[in-house]
Design a protein around this ligand. Structure first.
Ligand code: KIV
Ligand code: NA
Length: 264
């Protein structure tokens, strides 16, 4: 299959087509999602939450996320693979951003990176793009800034809408090939997508974006407890797995597994 390129995402927007993005952190799920046709795979720093059991995305290191990224690249044949740059590995300077992004491109083989921030990140994005690294800018609610933003809350309501638009425009001008917006009102996303030439990607941002993204464990129902309002559960893998594992254990206890057909 022909590899999806950043250029194709731009063409999708121009043609009024949408695309799907999904997080993934390992080769097997990357292969499944790729085969299902998902255009963009995101090795999100949400790996800190869903893979490592941490409370936030802040603690994950470059070395840790690189392992996940390498695994996804190995499992993806057609999808564009994007990796997050972890908190604290790019904000200090454009040079720091280039150095970290180069590690993801070179050591993991991802095709692009994503950074969270606002207009102040434009020089960092420009430096990475100059170095040949395609970049997605992540605006609106940015989980790495959870403590500065005062928790998980919708951004860009009322007068704050203008800041989201300004931040996104600055990222586009700096050379970002797409802008991802998290938890902003649907009508602000509509303005944003109309304002930018590059494709937009939404999560908790309504249906007007060029593409949508979700965390795979959320959308396949693997996690326990409540999921955010913007998540739709397309399956209940937690129940499927719990039932299967209980059956296995039961059969082991009863001596029903392994059967003759599983024995030598
Ligand atoms: O890390 C992540 O999973 C993300 C997406 C949810 C946008 O950044
Ligand atoms: Na992320």
């Amino acid at each position: 299959p022909t590899r999806i390129r950043t250029l194709h995402l731009r063409q999708f927007k121009e043609q009024g087509r949408r695309f799907a993005m999904l997080t993934t952190y390992d080769a097997m799920t990357a292969g499944i999602f790729d085969e299902a046709g998902v255009e963009v795979l995101l090795v999100g720093d949400s790996a800190a939450n869903v893979m490592m059991g941490r409370e936030s995305t802040l603690p994950i290191t470059t070395d840790e996320l690189l392992v996940f990224a390498k695994s996804v690249v190995a499992g993806a044949r057609r999808a564009l693979v994007v990796a997050d740059l972890p908190f604290g590995t790019y904000e200090a300077s454009p040079q720091q951003a280039v150095e970290t992004a180069v590690r993801f491109m070179k050591e993991a083989g991802v095709h692009a990176v994503k950074v969270e921030g606002d207009a102040e990140l434009a020089p960092h994005i420009r430096a990475m793009v100059s170095a040949g690294i395609p970049v997605i800018g992540h605006v609106g609610f940015t989980p790495q800034s959870e403590h500065a933003l005062g928790g998980y809350r919708v951004q860009g309501r009322g007068d704050a809408a203008q800041k989201v638009l300004t931040d996104a425009r600055a990222m586009e001008e700096a050379g970002a090939f797409a802008v991802l917006a998290e938890m902003i009102p649907a009508d602000v996303m509509a303005l944003l997508d109309a304002d930018l030439k590059v494709p937009t990607i939404g999560i908790g941002a309504g249906a007007a974006a060029t593409g949508q993204v979700l965390v795979w464990q959320d959308m396949l129902g693997l996690g326990e407890g409540r999921t955010p309002r913007f998540v739709k559960r397309y399956a209940d893998l937690r129940q499927v797995m719990t039932e299967a594992v209980s059956s296995y254990r039961q059969e082991v206890l009863e001596g029903a597994f392994p059967g003759e057909e599983h024995s030598f």
